[in-house]
Design a protein around this ligand. Structure first.
Ligand code: ZN
Length: 275
């Protein structure tokens, strides 16, 4: 779907392009440069052809990526509150794709130590290997809002912490409400990011405070791994997570978590205890 945020209406890209692009998101990302070129020549008639965009029915913008990267300790204030020194290179783990979810819905809590992590999410738009920092934005399809929900007991268990598993319960990677292309943003590297729990602000920062910014992450990751169109990068969370508080503050049944990034929209999950 191509969403017009001004009207709240969306048109089907496969229909609007005469089946040239989509309908599967994976096919769209595989053809991303051609799609962007086509989109620049087209003005959809949202009023005539659009249907209301309903966030609660939307999936993650890239719902089935080949690879998912997540970066730990990528804001100085979050490294400080977590008691870690600043990493000399990006700290990389994955969120398994079974944790992906759309922007709105229920977050099932497997236990009583689930935490929030508001994050800027990058979706890759072209095959990328050994990309130089200066060229990296050309490989970005767009940006979206993400939550890196984290079950802290499992995440921090054992001598080598289980970041990937503790952050991959079903529904632990909601994203959306839609993908925003970089050209829509005046300052794509400096966006306000915030998280509230039951209306109380718990995180607030700017993406310009990332230790490793988006171009650096793409240079670093593509220096090792082949990146594919549709691949997803969670870029890390700022200070204010519940597990770093005294006393610790974790999510409980009925809590409402809202995550917002300037220019990209918001996520909203309502927590439900598993038992
Ligand atoms: Zn995170």
């Amino acid at each position: 779907m191509w969403v017009d945020t001004a009207s709240g209406l969306a048109v089907d890209i496969a229909k609007a392009s005469g089946a040239r692009f989509g309908p599967e998101p994976a096919a769209l990302y595989d053809a991303w440069p051609d799609f962007v070129g086509w989109a620049a020549t087209v003005t959809p008639d949202f009023a005539a052809d659009g249907t209301p965009f309903v966030a609660s029915e939307a999936d993650a913008p890239s719902p089935a990526p080949r690879q998912v990267f997540a970066i730990g300790l990528n804001y100085k204030d979050h490294a400080d509150e977590s008691g870690f020194s600043y990493p000399p290179v990006p700290t990389v783990f994955t969120k398994f794709v079974g944790s992906f979810a759309g922007p709105e819905g229920t977050l099932v809590l497997p236990n009583d130590t689930v935490d929030w992590e508001a994050e800027l999410v990058v979706v890759i738009g072209r095959p990328a290997k050994d990309v130089a920092r200066a060229d990296a934005w050309e490989y970005v399809a767009g940006l979206t809002v993400g939550q890196d929900y984290s079950e802290r007991t499992l995440q921090l268990s054992g001598p080598a912490p289980q970041f990937s598993l503790g952050k991959s319960y079903p529904g632990f990677a909601p994203q959306g409400p839609y993908l925003t292309t970089v050209d829509e943003l005046a300052e794509p590297a400096d966006l306000e990011i915030a998280c509230t729990v039951n209306g109380e602000q718990v995180q607030g920062s700017r993406t310009s405070r990332l230790i490793f910014d988006i171009p650096t992450l793409i240079e670093h990751l593509s220096g090792v791994v082949q990146l594919y169109p549709g691949d997803v990068i969670f870029t890390g969370t700022p200070a204010g997570v519940g597990g770093a508080r005294e006393p610790k503050w974790f999510l409980k049944d009925g809590d409402v978590v809202e995550t917002t990034i300037e220019g990209l929209g918001s996520l909203r999950q309502t927590c439900a205890s598993q038992r």
